[in-house]
Design a binder for this molecule. Structure first.
Ligand SMILES: [Zn+2]
Length: 349
């Protein structure tokens, strides 16, 4: 009897101290609460990261489900969605990107059918009657553009004329977009997603190894120090001859060769359809080839001073890496200042 009372007392003692005697600091609950508050205050990053990761997972789940439903390789669908997502980011005439959602876009007329008086139609029968393409992928009996699964099934149905082997898929893509660049960008996205098994390929690194001696400053828009009439479209990173030049991103090698201004240069397109340009190289990495997939930190060549003359010209200026960033949205192409990105990537370890 006595020991039972002791046990009961031990169990309620912390609560008793906390609530009645107000000796809160003597109870483990108090320390526990403080501990969690401390954790929450000092590291908000895991929570933020968790949210972003959730959006990626949600998109990936949608791609895997449509593969299970239709047989289309998930990376193909992910490649299309990434392409359309990039268009939304860079065009004001398209709807804004939904972080965790599918970005594939269909107009009212295409979805609902020509002559359909209801431009927000979700009724499968009337959509079909007017020749619209809207499908029901989530099984709720409606064809809704607010449903990721409806959007995906509709897209896959449009592309599924001859099956999903690579060559037929490329033809189907061209028939849909009527644009060679769209086909190659989507196929490159798909190959990267397939190789790495995820769509989460946003990691970036500084192009020069941290241990090397280098220097750079913001020279965006200044007139060029040597040759050329255009203003400077990039950042010059000065380093010794032969210091490794690394890919800043996951991407596909789109260009490798000589240009009389850029010298030996490499161009890499990432999944955001950003084109990364590396010029004045002294050499290319062994086996580097157009079409090759690269990852952040992978060596693509060496710092040099090639350019400003016929093929092979070198030494007309101090060795440096000219690094440029370009964007295009299917209508125009433009350069943007790499400097703020370089300073950010330099801090990433
Ligand atoms: Zn430059």
């Amino acid at each position: 009897m006595n020991s039972n009372r002791n046990l009961l007392f031990k169990m309620i003692k912390p609560l008793y101290y906390l609530l009645v005697k107000n000796y809160a600091w003597k109870t483990p609950i108090y320390y526990l609460a403080f501990f969690f508050l401390f954790i929450f205050l000092i590291c908000p990053q895991p929570f933020v990261y968790g949210a972003e990761n959730g959006a990626v997972k949600n998109r990936e789940n949608n791609f895997h489900e449509i593969e299970a439903q239709t047989g289309i390789p998930w990376a193909y669908v992910a490649g299309i969605d990434q392409y359309e997502r990039n268009l939304r980011f860079s065009r004001k005439d398209l709807p804004p990107v939904k972080d965790a959602g599918i970005s594939i876009n269909f107009s009212d007329i295409v979805w609902c059918g020509i002559g359909n008086p209801n431009l927000h139609d979700e009724d499968l029968r009337t959509i079909q009657y007017f020749g619209g393409i809207g499908k029901d992928g989530d099984g709720d009996g409606k064809a809704s553009r607010d449903s990721d699964k409806d959007l995906l099934l509709t897209m896959v149905d449009l592309l599924d004329d001859f099956g999903f082997d690579k060559e037929h898929f490329k033809i189907a893509l061209w028939n849909y977009y009527h644009r060679d660049a769209a086909v190659s960008i989507i196929m490159n996205n798909a190959e990267l997603f397939n190789k790495y098994g995820t769509i989460d390929l946003q990691k970036k690194v500084f192009p020069i190894p941290r241990h090397a001696n280098y220097s750079y400053k913001d020279t965006w828009g200044m007139s060029r120090g040597w040759g050329g009439r255009r203003t400077h479209e990039g950042t010059d990173i000065f380093a010794n001859y032969g210091v490794p030049v690394r890919s800043t991103c996951y991407g596909t090698v789109e260009l490798k060769g000589w240009n009389k201004f850029g010298g030996w240069r490499v161009g890499i397109r990432d999944i955001n359809n950003t084109y990364h340009y590396y010029a004045h190289l002294s050499s290319f990495a062994k086996d580097l080839a157009v079409g090759q997939l690269v990852e952040p930190g992978q060596v693509i060549g060496g710092v040099g001073s090639s350019g400003y003359g016929p093929k092979g010209t070198s030494g007309k200026f101090p060795p440096h890496l000219h690094y440029g960033l370009y964007k295009e949205n299917g209508r125009s192409e433009w350069a943007f200042n790499p400097y703020p990105f370089l300073t950010k990537w330099e801090k990433n370890k």
